[in-house]
Design a protein around this ligand. Structure first.
Ligand SMILES: N=c1c2ncn([C@@H]3O[C@H](COP(=O)(O)OP(=O)(O)OP(=O)(O)O)[C@@H](O)[C@H]3O)c2ncn1[C@@H]1O[C@H](COP(=O)(O)O)[C@@H](O)[C@H]1O
Length: 105
């Protein structure tokens, strides 16, 4: 498994910040702002739920990819990236009980 794709996608998303809204899907979504991006994240999360229940594993992979992608758009919009999330996951690897503690917040 490689993180290169996440890195390349993060770079593409950053480049879309300078692009004209009509030039691409991501540029348009950035131009619409927070609420539109959050709406896509929620919508895609719902589609993950439905795919998980329909028993089609490839459909689930497809919908999770849509969800990850839109989460990455959200992160980029907030000046963050997948690298920040991977760093947080790596930090948790070495910290016993951190997930349980986070869930109690
Ligand atoms: N990984 C993706 C990706 N995954 C999903 N999508 C788009 O996300 C949308 C998913 O929303 P839906 O399933 O609801 O489909 P839709 O009805 O067309 O969406 P809406 O118009 O309702 O928002 C679709 O338009 C997909 O094309 C993506 N669009 C782009 N990328 C990556 O982002 C890069 C930049 O994309 P552009 O900005 O389009 O150049 C591309 O090179 C790709 O690597």
């Amino acid at each position: 498994m490689s993180n290169d794709i996440l890195q390349r996608l993060a770079e593409t998303l950053d480049a879309r910040k300078q692009a004209a809204p009509e030039s691409s899907y991501v540029a348009k979504l950035f131009s619409k702002g927070d609420d539109a991006i959050l709406k896509k994240v929620i919508e895609e999360a719902g589609e993950v739920l439905l795919a998980a229940k329909d028993g089609d594993r490839q459909h689930l992979v497809y919908e999770v990819a849509d969800l990850w992608f839109h989460c990455m758009v959200l992160l980029a919009h907030k000046g963050l990236s997948a690298a920040d999330v991977l760093e947080e996951l790596a930090r948790r690897e070495g910290v016993s009980g951190v997930v349980e503690k986070a869930n109690r917040k």
